[in-house]
Design a protein around this ligand. Structure first.
Ligand SMILES: *[C@@H]1O[C@H](CO)[C@@H](O)[C@H](O)[C@H]1NC(C)=O
Ligand SMILES: *[C@@H]1O[C@H](CO)[C@@H](O)[C@H](O)[C@H]1NC(C)=O
Ligand SMILES: *[C@@H]1O[C@H](CO)[C@@H](O)[C@H](O)[C@H]1NC(C)=O
Length: 371
């Protein structure tokens, strides 16, 4: 009897141990397993805008992105994307099994799977700070501060304020702050002095989003602006000095600014991670991804001789002229026969092909850390 009792107790304890082996690790796993991403919130500028600027400025007849050949490769019509087809954000949404993000300013759009707050021409710094620095907004006043306010009112409209299932992407942002300063004739030193302000603003916005409940944030750095046809053309107009270029034909000064921005941004993100231990904050290395397209042009199917030339534009060594921009009505411009073999679409923005390859590397490198 005693033996039988001990025996059955042993069986019970074995069962209990087996049960705990089965349940405890499973429960632990579940606790560490993040919620599935079913929503994306995007903030930024024309690298991510899927239509906000054309909705914000519907009467601006001369907005190039509202015209053909924008959209010619994929959507077969202009959608307000600064591209011949899809953007990085489109590929990220597809990779998560979500529909393409609608722009916040589109009337009656569905925001079931997220919202795109990015506006072409948007700056990191707001209009009053730009003005304090002797700068101004060219296309829109919808800087990061404005986009954050849009997000807050969107969140108010939601039944559930929980954001555990959401992915936030803040940027690329800041490229316009520097490019407007350059267009307005600011010196390299003055542009460099803007960088810490741009980073501080970006950091502030990411922090505020986390305070609102964001738990997963991707913050992309900026592209090597010294490799863009617009920057290269502007520099040629300022005098052709061979020592200004690197081995790929990119402008060293432009890339130094981008590099400085990206280094400060990564420091800011490290500080944010130390403050918000529960959040996943990832840096997306747009700079290296872009440079890889230039370095591996042949292997990736780009025409090496045209790797720094815009597909859509007018004349010069880089098929670019800011006064005869791609898509401008009533002005002749060239469009290359196959955008898939070009990196630059219009001299500032990239082709769908380039964006798709950059997205692929982001999905490979960052998505495992989000799941
Ligand atoms: C938006 O939706 C409302 C109500 O469903 C409808 O009356 C209106 O015509 C729609 N507007 C557009 C631009 O589709
Ligand atoms: C603009 O940005 C500055 C610096 O972050 C901030 O102090 C100011 O409140 C902002 N203005 C608006 C209108 O958001
Ligand atoms: C920004 O706002 C100011 C003041 O409302 C306005 O005068 C200006 O035209 C706006 N700029 C753009 C690019 O929309």
């Amino acid at each position: 009897m005693a033996i039988t009792k001990r025996y059955s107790m042993t069986i019970v304890s074995v069962l209990v141990i087996l049960a705990s082996l089965y349940f405890i690790p499973c429960d632990a796993l579940r606790r560490h397993h993040k919620h599935k991403i079913n929503t994306i919130y995007q903030f930024g500028d024309s690298l991510s805008d899927t239509g906000n600027l054309i909705h914000e400025k519907p009467t601006e007849a001369n907005l190039p992105i509202a015209h053909y050949p924008y959209g010619e490769t994929f959507f077969r019509k202009p959608t307000g994307r600064s591209c011949d087809g899809r953007l990085i954000i489109d590929y990220l949404a597809l990779a998560l099994g979500l529909p393409l993000l609608n722009p916040y300013l589109a009337k009656n759009a569905s925001f079931k799977s997220g919202v795109n707050f990015a506006v072409s021409g948007a700056t990191a710094l707001n209009a009053s700070v730009l003005s304090d620095n002797g700068l101004l907004e060219f296309y829109t006043n919808s800087s990061l501060d404005v986009q954050l306010e849009w997000f807050k009112s969107h969140l108010q409209s939601l039944a559930s304020k929980r954001l555990d299932n959401a992915l936030f992407i803040v940027g690329e942002i800041g490229g316009n702050d520097y490019s407007f300063a350059s267009i307005l004739g600011k010196t390299l030193k003055e542009i460099t002095e803007l960088v810490p302000q741009v980073i501080l603003k970006t950091k502030e916005i990411v922090g505020k989003l986390i305070e609102q409940g964001a738990t997963r944030v991707i913050v992309p750095g900026i592209f090597p602006i010294g490799c863009t046809p617009s920057d290269l053309t502007q520099s040629i107009n300022n005098g052709d000095d061979k020592s200004a270029y690197d081995e790929y034909g990119c402008l060293i000064a432009g890339n130094k600014i981008a590099d400085y921005h990206n280094v400060l941004l990564q420091q800011a993100l490290a500080e944010l991670r130390a403050t918000y231990l529960h959040a996943v904050i990832l840096y997306a290395d747009y700079y290296t991804s872009f440079f890889n397209l230039i370095k591996n042009a042949d292997r990736l199917g780009f025409e090496k001789v045209n790797v720094l030339k815009a597909c859509c534009g007018t004349g010069g060594a880089y098929n670019f002229d800011s006064l005869q921009f791609c898509g401008t009505e009533g002005i002749p411009f060239n469009v290359c026969s196959n955008p898939n073999v070009r990196v630059s679409w219009d001299g500032i923005h990239l082709t769908q092909k380039a964006y798709s390859l950059i997205a692929k590397s982001l999905i490979r490198d960052l998505f495992p850390k989000l799941m």
